[in-house]
Design a protein. Structure first.
Length: 401
């Protein structure tokens, strides 16, 4: 014990001598009697700036890697909801057919006002297929609110036509919460304001919604398909399932209900003055017209064809949105004075959903075969044409799409 104390005293003396030999500014402070110190390893060391930047960079990389996965998961959920909504609407249409013995017409209007719906008389629209189907969508209160037989454009019908129906909306479409306001353009002012949007359209015909304004695209095949007496509706080459003021019974769908489209997706207009995607409005706003190889410029899902949709006040819509935006969004149009052509579109990547006449919902790729020629004899139908025409005699198999 004595020797250990001696070593300790010698060590203290050496440390004191070494301390005394240092300059005053470098000498460690003298420790007061009884004081003690903790090992420096017990104190956490702060991050350096470089280490902090490395951590931030790693976190940023992880977020960049995870963000697309999160967005993909969200879109998958939206797409699933879109499918479910479309199926519910399709089943409601089939319920209507079971009750009335015929499918609802996609569009109706007072023919005494003119056999073609043009800018001068398009404020005389009657109930379309969605309005007629409302009781089968558990929307009896909305149906009862319509003051029929007044025109849907009548101010008395402003409240029901402005009702947002969640079942008619696809969550992927960012524009379907902006109502259509006719007052946005001089050409649509007679339609009124406050029309709610919709993303599902009836399969009307591969011809346009015309009756007297008929164009022969070749071999005597005319484009007008509006009524039961119109050339295009009587033709097996062009007839869909729900025309204007007319529609088919299920037994008349000779290609089979599992081979014929009943409903398809459409997009809401990019601008409040664009009537495309308006659930209560007859015409191309809620129905598919001239959307196959017969018309060409609006052929197939998400068609990039220029001028693919004929809508009233297209020039004003293009000026408001911008031509380049319309092209990039595949939402170009043509100002023919009335809304008689509409193609299927969606915000999903590379395709659209359709509901077949058997109530099933199918995915149709943008890359489906759309090359056809219905003008020759016998006509050459693309796979897309066959799915839309109800009695062409050449149904498309499920493997084809």
């Amino acid at each position: 014990m004595c020797r250990k104390n001696q070593k300790s005293e010698i060590r203290k003396s050496e440390l004191a001598a070494r301390r005394a030999s240092l300059p005053a500014e470098r000498r460690p402070p003298a420790r007061s009697p009884g004081a003690f110190s903790l090992p420096s390893s017990l104190f956490p060391r702060a991050f350096t700036l470089v280490e902090l930047l490395v951590v931030i960079t790693i976190i940023g990389i992880l977020i960049a890697l995870l963000l697309p996965a999160v967005q993909a998961a969200r879109e998958a959920a939206r797409r699933l909801q879109c499918m479910n909504n479309l199926k519910q609407v399709g089943l409601a249409v089939l319920s209507y057919e079971e009750t009335h013995g015929v499918l609802p017409p996609s569009s109706t209007w007072d023919r005494a006002a003119g056999v073609d719906i043009r800018q001068g008389n398009n404020n005389r629209l009657g109930p379309n297929w969605v309005i007629l189907t409302l009781p089968h969508l558990e929307q009896q209160a909305v149906y009862d609110a319509f003051r029929l037989p007044r025109y849907i454009t009548d101010p008395a019908n402003a409240a029901p036509r402005g009702t947002v129906l969640s079942v008619m909306l696809c969550p992927s479409d960012p524009n379907n919460r902006t109502p259509f306001n006719g007052s946005a353009n001089s050409g649509t002012s007679q339609l009124g304001d406050g029309w709610a949007r919709g993303n599902y359209a009836a399969n009307a015909a591969l011809g346009q919604m015309n009756h007297t304004f008929c164009v022969d695209y070749g071999n005597g095949v005319l484009n007008c398909a509006a009524y039961a007496t119109s050339y295009g509706w009587k033709s097996d080459r062009l007839r869909g399932v729900m025309g204007a003021n007319t529609a088919l019974r299920i037994p008349e769908i000779r290609d089979g209900t599992s081979n014929t489209i009943l409903l398809g997706e459409i997009r809401a207009g990019l601008y409040t003055g664009d009537q495309r995607g308006t659930w209560a409005m007859s015409g191309g706003a809620s129905a598919l017209w001239a959307h196959g190889s017969h018309a060409g410029d609006g052929n197939g899902p998400n068609s990039p064809g220029l001028g693919g949709d004929n809508i009233t006040a297209c020039d004003a819509v293009t000026a408001a949105v911008g031509y380049n935006t319309m092209v990039s969004e595949r939402m170009t149009c043509y100002d023919i004075g009335w809304n008689n052509q509409q193609s299927p579109r969606s915000m999903h990547q590379n395709g659209v959903h359709v509901c077949l006449c058997d109530g099933s919902v199918q995915w149709i790729s943008d890359f489906i075969d759309i090359v056809g020629n219905v003008y020759v004899t016998p006509p050459v139908f693309s796979v897309w044409d066959r799915l839309n025409v109800s009695a062409d005699g050449a149904p498309a198999s499920a493997s084809a799409f």
